[in-house]
Design a protein around this ligand. Structure first.
Ligand code: ADP
Ligand code: MG
Length: 243
């Protein structure tokens, strides 16, 4: 489903991703953890070419691309395979919850408005926001806004969802409702890559945990292997630091 081979990325002289290789199956839920600045966001952003990798190949679903050189068309095709959920929701402030969800399917997929709205309403229902469809983001809590942004990501029917710290901007009491939505998606075998600091959640929902540091994957395995391990010194240090 997602395969990355020898991905490298530098900003100026600083190498931020070093020879990253990944291979995720359909339906897998992968949690990426690691200290701030380790390259987690850059890795997610490279997967949908929001950042242009220096070298490497990326395959998502049926689309494969060599990052050395690719056409606009290939870039567009790869981007269609995923949808991203950001820490700060990134909703359009001047659009209602429903309009935020339907915007891209109307603009990019040319879905007729009534069909887009039916889809949007069903997705808002799925994230528990049927009642809020006509509300503007400013009138919604952070947890509700993030659930709208998850519905928006689902609207394009991506092969995989990419989450970049989806609960980091939320007040503690609002984290649970967002994790619950992601938990439900995991049950339905949605392929997801989730950058998170919520270790308990990662343990519960992920099939696989990847620990990154300094642009490299230092440790990778099942949640039990990675999060309970006492044998990996850097991993232990990191787990101690966040507890
Ligand atoms: P994480 O998400 O793990 O905190 P990031 O991927 O955001 O890490 O950042 C990794 C490194 O790349 C950091 O040192 C960061 O300062 C640097 N970086 C990220 N984006 C840019 C950019 N657009 N320009 C220059 N440096 C960047
Ligand atoms: Mg980040």
């Amino acid at each position: 489903m997602i395969k990355v081979d020898a991905l490298n990325k530098s900003f100026g002289s600083k190498q931020v991703l070093e020879n990253i290789s990944l291979d995720f199956q359909k339906g897998e839920v992968v949690a990426i953890i690691g200290p701030s600045g380790s390259g987690k966001s850059t890795l997610l952003r490279c997967l949908n070419l929001l950042e242009k990798p220096d070298t490497g190949t990326i395959t998502i679903g049926a689309v494969s691309l060599n990052t050395d050189s690719y056409t606009k068309k290939e870039e567009h095709q790869l981007r269609q395979q995923t949808a991203m959920v950001f820490q700060n929701y990134n909703l359009f402030r001047n659009k209602t919850a429903l309009e935020n969800v339907t915007e891209s399917v109307i603009a990019n997929k040319k879905l007729p408005k009534n069909e887009a709205e039916a889809l949007g309403n069903s997705l808002l229902k799925r994230v528990g926001l049927s009642e809020q469809a006509s509300q503007y983001p400013v009138t919604l809590s952070g947890g509700q806004q993030q659930r709208v942004s998850i519905a928006r990501a689902l609207a394009v029917n991506p092969d995989a969802l990419l989450f970049d710290e989806p609960t980091s901007a939320l007040d503690p009491e609002l984290v649970g409702e967002v994790l619950q939505v992601i938990r439900e998606l995991a049950k339905q075998e949605t392929t997801m890559v989730i950058v998170t600091h919520e270790m308990q959640f990662a343990k519960e929902v992920a099939n696989r945990v990847i620990f990154m540091e300094n642009g490299q994957i230092l440790h990778e395995g099942t949640p039990e292997e990675v999060l309970s391990a006492t044998t990996h010194p850097r991993m232990n240090q990191f787990l101690k630091s966040i507890n």
